[in-house]
Design a binder for this molecule. Structure first.
Ligand code: 5AD
Ligand code: SF4
Length: 432
């Protein structure tokens, strides 16, 4: 999400006549795009600001700005706390950056943290400045109104709003023409996407289909799905199109219905498992990944065991796992006690990570001997003798370089694996 926002910012600044540089020492203006989702994300930004101070000592002319969720959350307080900052802009005020920068040049500090009900940056064509030229993100909606009890997003990214469907498919078409072969449609809760045009409502399944029809060689991914809104219709749409990747990120957060209710997630353990069964039935071979929070307020040992047993039952291919971090303004911060002791949170998180490692390894083990279509992204990190790409299930696949180029599809038969990577050799496509 932040990466995609940075591309929008780069485009707005380019339009206003600014160029970008990969070398921080050459920059006249430096923007930090920030995240507030967990406290450690904010702590990392504070550390980065220390580094900015050292740069500013060498070059007092350099302008330092903070963008994104942390800017939105702390607003003018940041200018008081962080002397090094000249400019603060929230996620809905990027169009205002040229004016804010002019304000800074005239000698004052500049702030805009107004949230909007309709800003989607639909007309802005993002600058893909740090891209492999093959995969790109397309933001399809902004904000969130789910108000999960632990989550700061609704407060820092504002109301949910969907972007014009036509501008999304046009962006996908333009990326394809430029040689991109994979786009990921991004939103906090893509399943509630809706765009009304000419009295007709386009929902997410239809948008996904339109994106898939751009070209069969363009892979479509999406994130994030909310379990309460994942429809069978969407799964059937995925089944109809080979180029819609068979990978679903479905954050569960906890395996305990009591905790899910406490978190205001809008589904029970059973309802989540029902969605998993629907995926397995309609999309056999589809990868499922998740997010899990350890040690949310009032989480008992039994609740934690429910999370572990749900993980055993589902066998997630991949998971992002976090210890609960209280965020200001959220329902949990206002009404609940952050009462799971740190060492208990730590131990539970460790158990969750250990189990997931086992599951990821098992998932890769089951892929040994299978053949997958892989989109080549470039050389592997370790060696130029190997290509690295991904299969439809979003697993990294590494294989000896062939006569193909990055951006092309090859079939790879898996012979070895680690818990993070599948390793194999290119084979004739007939063997798929
Ligand atoms: N503490 C820990 N993890 C959190 N997440 C969101 N808010 C918090 C929090 N306060 C996690 C959720 C979400 C992912 C993006 O970040 O698992 O799905
Ligand atoms: Fe946060 Fe919940 Fe919205 Fe996701 S759905 S961004 S966890 S409030």
């Amino acid at each position: 999400m932040n990466f995609s926002d940075s591309e929008i910012v780069a485009s707005i600044l380019e339009e206003a006549g600014f160029g970008s540089t990969k070398h921080i020492a050459e920059a006249d203006m430096i923007f930090l795009n920030t995240c507030s989702i967990r406290d450690n994300a904010e702590q990392r930004v504070r550390k980065r600001l220390e580094f900015m101070k050292s740069l500013k000592k060498k070059n007092p002319q350099v302008v330092v700005g903070m963008l994104g969720c942390m800017a939105e959350r702390l607003k003018t307080q940041l200018l008081e706390e962080e002397n090094v900052l000249d400019l603060v802009a929230g996620p809905d005020s990027y169009r205002d950056l040229p004016r804010l920068m002019a304000e800074v040049e005239s000698g004052t500090k500049a702030v805009n943290t107004l949230l909007s009900i309709d800003e989607t940056y639909a007309d802005i064509s993002p600058v893909r400045y740090d891209s492999n030229g093959i995969s790109a993100f397309i933001s399809i909606m902004r904000g969130c109104e789910n108000y999960c009890a632990y989550c700061v997003v609704p407060y820092v990214r504002g109301q949910e709003r969907s972007r014009d469907a036509g501008s999304i498919t046009a962006e996908a078409e333009s990326l394809f023409r430029k040689g991109f072969r994979e786009v990921t449609l991004l939103g906090q809760n893509v399943n509630s996407y809706q765009w009304i045009s000419g009295g007709k409502t386009i929902r997410f399944a239809e948008l996904l289909e339109k994106a898939a029809l751009v070209n069969p060689l363009l892979r479509i991914r999406f994130a994030t799905s909310h379990p309460k809104d994942l429809s069978d219709e969407l799964l059937h749409t995925m089944a109809r199109h080979k180029n819609i990747c068979k990978a679903i990120h479905l954050p569960v957060q906890s395996g305990s219905t009591r905790m899910l209710d406490h978190m205001n997630r809008g589904y029970t353990r059973e309802q989540y498992l029902d969605r998993i069964d629907a995926i397995r039935n309609i999309l056999p071979g589809c990868a499922i990944s998740t997010d899990i929070i350890a040690g949310f307020c009032d989480e008992s040992e039994e609740d934690h065991q429910d999370t572990l047993s749900l993980m055993e039952r589902v066998g997630f291919d991949y998971a992002f796992m976090f210890r609960y971090s209280e965020r200001p303004d959220t329902l949990a911060a206002e009404r609940y006690q952050d009462n799971v002791p740190p060492e208990v949170k730590e131990r539970r998180l460790r158990e969750i990570i250990d189990l997931q490692q086992k599951n990821s390894y098992q998932s890769n083990k089951e892929d040994a001997g299978k053949t997958f279509e892989v989109l080549i992204e470039g050389f592997s990190k370790r060696s130029d003798a190997f290509y690295s790409g991904r299969n439809s299930q979003n697993k990294v696949v590494v294989f000896p370089v062939t006569g193909n180029n990055p951006g092309e599809y090859v079939c790879v038969k898996i012979s070895r694996f680690t818990s993070a990577t599948l390793i194999g050799d290119a084979v004739n496509p007939d063997s798929l």
